[in-house]
Design a protein around this ligand. Sequence first.
Ligand code: DP6
Length: 418
Amino acid sequence: MADESQKWVLMVTAQTPTNIAVIKYWGKRDEKLILPVNDSISVTLDPAHLCTTTTVSVSPTFDQDRMWLNGEEISISGGRFQSCLREIRSRATDVDDKEKGIKITKKDWEKLHVHISSYNNFPTAAGLASSAAGFACLVFALGKLMNVKEDHSQLSAIARQGSGSACRSLYGGFAKWIMGKDDKGTDSLAVQLADEKHWDELVIVIAVVSSRQKETSSTTGMRDTVETSLLLQHRAKEVVPKRILKMEEAIKNRDFASFAQLTSTDSNQFHAVCLDTCPPIFYMNDTSHRIISLVEKWNRTEGTPQVAYTFDAGPNAVLIARNRKTAALLIQKLLFCFPPNSDADLNSFVLGDKSILKDAGVESPEDIETLPPPPEIKDPSQKFRGDVSYFICTRPGRGPVVLSDESHLLNPETGLPK
Ligand code: DP6
C-alpha cells in the first residue's frame, strides 16, 4: 500500500437511473438474500430527470465506513448496506493509479474504509423508487473504485441484496430480473432486454399524487403478502411466467397495444394481491383511481391503447404514452382534471422534459384554465385542484455512467461532504 503518511484520497462519482416495473416484483422467497418469487421487467427512466449520483472514496486516513444521503449522515450498519459492502469488497482487485501515485492491492481493500455521499435529483419523500437507484449507484461506483472486474449482471446480483428492484437499475432501456433457482442467489440477477434507443418514441409522465398517509414499506408489505395471500401464489406460479414471455415479445416488437395491456393489467394484479393481504394494503387512493379511469375510458374510445398506467407501493401514477403526440394529449387531460393550486407556478408543477407542455399548448397557468374538458370525464365542472402535487415528464433512459471529477460530492482532499 502507499505510505500511510501520504494522505491520499481516491474517489469515483457515478450516476445511476431509477426504474419502474412493468411486470412487478412483489414477494421474496428469501428475505436476507432478497430472492423474489417471480421474474420482473422494468423500464429505466431518463437519469436527466430521476437519478442518484454517488461519490465513493477511499483513504488510509478514514477510520470507519461512513455515508451521507442528501447531505445528512446516515447509518450503514444495517444488513443490506453491509451485504453490498462485503460482496463488493470481496471482489476488489489491485488498483494502480500512476498519475496520483496510489497503489492499492487486493489485500489492502479488506482494511481500508470508504466514505460515500449520495444525492437524489428528485424528492426522496415522493416515493419514486429512490432505493433502486441508490443501491445500484452504490454498487456500481464501488465496483469502479475497487477495480471490480465483474460484469453488470454480476453487479446486479450484489445491488439486489441492497434492494430487490435495484438490480434492474444497472441497465438502460428495458431490464429483466431473472428470479433464479439457486438457494444462494447466484443466478438471481438482471439482464438487459433492449437499450434505451430501441423504443425511444415512448414518453413517460409521472403524476406525484398528494397523500397524507404514510404508506406501508415495500419490504413489510410484501412480507405480509407472502405470509397471507393465496392470490400471490397463483400470480407467481401461473400468471407472471406467461406474462413475462408476452412482455418480452411486446418490447422486442415495439407492440404498444400488447405492452400497455400487460403493464396496466399487471399493476392492477399487484394491487389486487395487496388487497388480498391480511391486513389488506391500500397503496392507491381516489386520485390514483381517477387517473386509471380516465386512461381506461380514453383507451377504450380510441379502440387501441394510447397510454399504459402502472403504480408502485404508493399512489403515484406512472403513465407511459405511445408517442409525443399522445403524451401532449395526456398532459392536457391531466392538467384539466388536476390543475395546480392557484399559487403554484407552472415551472414547479411540470418538471422534467417541459417541451411536452409546449406541444400541449400550455405555456402559462392561464392556458390550463382554458383547456377543453376531456370527453372521458362525466362532469367537466368538477376539477380535482391540488390532488396531484406535480408532474414529471420523462422517457426511457440510459444505464449507469461514471461522471467527471467536477461532479464529486466529497472534498477531494478530506473525503468529507463538500
Ligand atoms: C412495488 O425493491 O423496494 O416497486 O427488495 O424489500 O427493498 P425490497 O423492495 P423494493 O420493492 C419494489 C416493489 C415494487 C415493484 C417493483 O419495483 O418491481
